[in-house]
Every structure is written in structure tokens, then in C-alpha cells.
Design a protein around this ligand. Structure first.
Ligand code: PHE
Length: 525
């Protein structure tokens, strides 16, 4: 019945135990030999039956010796020393040279035969059955006969008991130690089981149902069907789903904070922008070095934008060329060719500019607003441990009547306090589109040092007036990178371990969620 299914094996085990409460299978190994079924499949079926308590198992471990191929050769052809001695006895008083011996006993040959001659000669000399003639170098027998072949006899004896269960007792006999040393025999351990009836024994197995089915409900068989118990200790299958990248975790947290502060998210989907929105509307002069291919990625195809709001364009052009709102402008020629160039946006302030233009021109007229954006920007940077060509900016702005620098500082303080940075310093700086401008430095309590964490300012009238915003509307704004706080939060010291092809996916999988704690005011001291 080799190859029979596990159900057949199971039922034959159960019927082997059907003789009464004391019936047992004393050893599954012997049982497998008797029934000619693979031992592993018997053990598998026994273990499966044991989980439902149909049977109980007691482990048996049996140690016994097995014969090596060399030993099997000795059993069939005699030991090497007997084969050498027989050849020498045949040769008589003249003896045999090594070569002659090898021809006679086939000593130098392949696998089994290999070394027969060498081992045989060694043992003949050791047993004083032969001597080497000094003059001729030949081996000459010095006995007429020996009584039997001890090694072969020992192996035969072992082989005859090895079909019985335990042949290790035979080996208490010290002569077998020599066989072991000659690597003719090796000890192996076999695990098998004694099988007896378990508390749930029955002559046939009823498989417990895993699920309640519609058929069971309809037929009413659910009342009598045995069900599998719930295994509350099993580990759930691991969910192989996706994981948010740390940048996205921090983004989610920043979003939450900014929305708590009443900011509304701006549409950030335009990675490709025109120079007009990225630079010109921000009153960034057309000759500004940032507008160079060394700093900005320009788009080859399509290289130009197809639409610009024309009236607004004229006002922007006029502001650059001749000024207005108290400014004298740059007094250089404003070129359409420069303004229409497409590029990968270099900052999210391009988004802010579009949004403010829309706000100035909304149907009901201007209304105070708070906006934010968090998305990707691109710069032609030389890359190092802290710089990549693409990164993310967080930007916020407030547009309202008569805002002051105090409002800007207050808003920035509130925002940074919410991400755990309470000590701020402001340093005068320059941006083409803000006046005044301030770099923001924060004291990082973990790193215990002051680092630049952002940039800020009040948008210039040269930017706001052409948009059509009322004269006394002021716009305060600040920006920071998303990478810097993420690296600090997740203690990543090289930006390439955060973003790009070197990122360890395990890091993304294991990174904890991001929570920023608002520090109490008192801690400021
Ligand atoms: N756009 C600036 C930058 O890229 C940040 C900034 C935003 C500065 C808003 C002032 C106001 O660094």
C-alpha cells in the first residue's frame, strides 16, 4: 500500500488500535516495515490524529549501527587482510611485490576496491601474518593459515542483529570499537513512536468543520456537526501591505498641525511650472542667478508655457521694468521669452503666488485666508549628505489686512512650538520677494544646537500689487524643508538613507508613526 493517501494511513492506524482499550502500535517503525508504508507518512498521520486526541504518542529513540560501503564489501568479499594473506599463501615462499599484490587483490582500483591492498598489507604486517623481505622488497607470508576472518565475522554478526531492533548491545563488545575506528560502522538514531488510544479514540475519524456553511444552516446539520475550536493563540498572518515613507508620515503630521491652525491646503500638482509663476510673479529679476541652468532644471519639451493671464502679465512686466507702489522696479527690459520658459518648480512659493493671484481675483473680492502646501521641488544641486536634486518644502502663508512683522513671528512661533521647537531666533536675510525677510533658527533640544530651520518674510508690494490685492493687505509667509525635520525625528544622518535608491525598505516598514509634542511654554527657560 505504498503511496496510499494520508486518510488510508490514518484509518489503518485507527483500525490497528481497534482491538480493545489496551491495543497499541508498539513501534511505528516496525509497523511501517510490516505494512510497507513510508515511516514519515505514518508519523505524520499519527501526529495529526494526536492533535484531535484520537491517539496518544510516546516517543522512542532507537540507536543502532549501520555498515559502511567498505564494510558491505568486506561482508561479500572478505576483509582486506584475509584477501592479501590468501594471495601471499598462493604465491608461496617467493612472496609478492606491491604491484603483483595489487593485481592479485585489485587494491588500487575505484571506490570500494580502493585501498584494499594498502589496508590489507598494513594489517598483515601488524598481525604478524607476513614480513617484508629486505633484499627483494617483497611481502612473504609467515603463517600457513589463520582461523577465520574476524572482521568479516564481526560485521556479519552485527548485520544479523541489525534487522532486530537494537544492535547497540552487541557493540559493548570491545572488538567492535576497532570497527568503529576503521569507520566500517556508524551509529545512527531513529525516532519513532508507540501509539495508544487517545481520549477521543474512535475507529473512524470525523473531521471537524472549520466553517459554518449555508448548507449546514439549511439542513440543520450544524446542530450535530463537530466544529474546530478557535485557536486564540495563533499569530495572525502578517499583513504584507504597504507602509508610509517617513516623509509622508511627517507630512501627515504637519498637515494636521497646519489645519488645526486654520490653514487650508493649496493644490500642489504642478511640478512643471513656467518661469513666470516660479520667478516673475515673485518679482525675482530676470537676470537673477537662480534663473540659470546651473540652479534650475528647465524643460526641453515642451520648453514654453502656452498660457499666461495677459493682463496680469502686463502688470508684472510693468512692475519689473518701471516699478509702482512706491518702487522704481528693476529698470531693465522684461522678456517674454524668459517668462514663458518651462521648468521644474524650484520652490513651493510658485504655488503660493498662483493662489494669491486667485485670491485677489475671486468673484466676491478678496477675503483674508491662510494657506499651506507640502510638496516636491527641484534644484540643480550638487548632491551630498544633506542635499538632493529633489526635495520637499512646507510653506504657509497668511493674507490679511494690516498684518505686521509681529504677526509673522507669532505665527511661526506657534507652528514650530507645535512640532516641538520652542526656542527660535530670527536673523535678517534677503529674498527677492519678501521684505523684511528672516531666516529662522531653532534650538534643537535633542541635538542641543541652533540650526537653520526655515526662511520667512512679508511678500513685497511689487509682488502683491500687480495681483490686484487691496493696498492694505499684507501677506506673511514662511517655508522649510520636509527632509530636515524628518531626518532629525527619525535620526537619519544621510539624506540618501531617507530618499532615493539607497533607502532600506526595512526602515520604511519599521519606522514608527510620527508624533510631534507641543512643548509647554515654561520649558522655554
Ligand atoms: N521660497 C523660499 C525658499 O525656497 C522660502 C520662503 C517661503 C521664504 C516664503 C519666504 C517666504 O527657501
Amino acid at each position: 500500500i505504498m503511496g496510499s493517501g494520508s486518510n488510508d494511513v490514518e484509518s489503518s492506524i485507527l483500525s490497528a488500535l481497534s482491538g480493545g482499550t489496551d491495543s497499541i502500535i508498539s513501534d511505528t517503525y516496525a509497523y511501517s516495515v510490516e505494512s510497507n508504508v513510508d515511516h514519515n507518512s505514518i508519523v505524520g498521520s499519527c501526529k495529526s490524529l494526536a492533535t484531535d486526541a484520537y491517539v496518544s504518542l510516546t516517543e522512542i529513540s532507537t540507536q543502532f549501527y549501520v555498515l559502511s560501503t567498505e564494510a558491505e564489501d568486506i561482508v561479500s568479499n572478505g576483509s582486506q587482510e584475509i584477501r592479501v594473506l590468501n594471495a601471499l599463501l598462493l604465491a608461496g615462499g617467493a612472496g609478492l611485490s606491491n604491484e603483483e599484490l595489487e593485481n592479485a587483490v585489485g587494491g588500487g582500483g575505484e571506490s570500494v576496491g580502493s585501498g584494499v591492498c594498502k589496508i590489507g598489507v598494513g594489517n598483515c604486517l601488524k598481525n604478524r601474518w607476513a614480513r617484508k623481505d629486505k633484499a627483494s622488497g617483497k611481502l612473504i607470508a609467515i603463517v600457513d593459515s589463520v582461523s577465520g576472518d574476524d572482521v568479516r565475522d564481526q560485521l556479519l554478526r552485527l548485520k544479523s542483529v541489525s534487522s532486530k531492533e537494537d544492535n547497540t548491545k552487541v557493540l559493548d563488545d570491545p572488538t567492535y570499537v576497532a570497527l568503529k575506528r576503521r569507520k566500517l560502522i556508524a551509529l545512527v538514531t531513529r525516532k519513532s513512536y508507540t501509539v495508544s488510544r487517545g481520549p477521543n479514540y474512535a475507529p473512524t475519524r470525523t473531521r471537524k468543520a472549520a466553517d459554518l456553511t449555508r448548507e449546514m444552516l439549511e439542513s440543520g446539520s450544524w446542530k450535530t456537526t463537530p466544529f474546530k475550536e478557535y485557536n486564540f493563540r495563533t499569530l495572525g498572518e502578517s499583513v504584507g501591505g504597504g507602509h508610509l515613507h517617513p516623509l509622508l508620515k511627517v507630512r501627515a503630521e504637519f498637515r494636521k498641525i497646519l489645519m488645526e491652525m486654520g490653514f487650508e491646503e493649496m493644490p500642489t500638482d504642478k511640478w512643471v511650472e513656467s518661469s513666470f509663476w516660479n520667478f516673475d510673479t515673485l518679482f525675482q529679476p530676470q537676470s537673477h542667478p537662480a534663473r540659470d541652468a546651473h540652479d534650475t532644471f528647465f524643460i526641453k519639451e515642451p520648453c514654453r508655457t502656452i498660457s499666461i493671464p495677459e493682463e496680469y502679465y502686463d502688470r508684472v512686466k510693468a512692475m519689473h521694468e518701471t516699478g509702482g507702489s512706491g518702487s522704481i522696479g528693476y529698470r531693465t527690459v522684461f522678456q517674454r521669452e524668459e517668462a514663458t520658459k518651462n521648468l521644474l518648480r524650484t520652490h513651493t512659493t510658485a504655488i503660493s503666488s498662483r493662489m494669491l493671484y486667485k485670491l485677489a481675483n475671486r468673484p466676491g473680492g478678496f477675503k483674508p485666508a491662510r494657506y499651506f502646501s507640502i510638496d516636491r521641488v527641484f534644484r540643480n544641486e550638487s548632491m551630498d549628505a544633506t542635499h538632493l536634486c529633489e526635495f520637499h518644502q512646507v510653506e504657509g502663508l497668511v493674507a490679511d489686512y494690516n498684518l505686521s512683522l509681529g504677526d509673522l513671528i507669532g505665527t511661526i512661533e506657534t507652528f514650530f512650538r507645535k512640532i516641538g521647537i520652542t526656542q527660535l531666533r530670527f536673523k535678517p536675510a534677503f529674498n527677492p520677494y519678501t521684505e523684511p525677510s528672516m531666516e529662522v533658527f531653532g534650538y534643537h533640544p535633542d541635538l542641543k544646537k541652533w540650526t537653520e530651520i526655515g526662511n520667512s518674510g512679508m511678500f513685497r508690494p511689487e509682488m502683491l500689487a500687480p495681483m490686484g490685492l487691496p493696498k492694505d493687505v499684507r501677506v506673511i509667509a514662511w517655508g522649510l524643508s520636509l527632509e530636515r525635520p524628518t531626518m532629525i525625528k527619525y535620526r537619519i544622518d544621510n539624506i540618501r538613507n531617507l530618499f532615493g535608491h539607497k533607502v532600506d525598505m526595512g526602515m520604511t516598514r519599521n519606522a514608527p508613526i510620527c508624533r510631534f509634542e507641543e512643548k509647554e511654554e515654561e520649558e522655554k527657560a
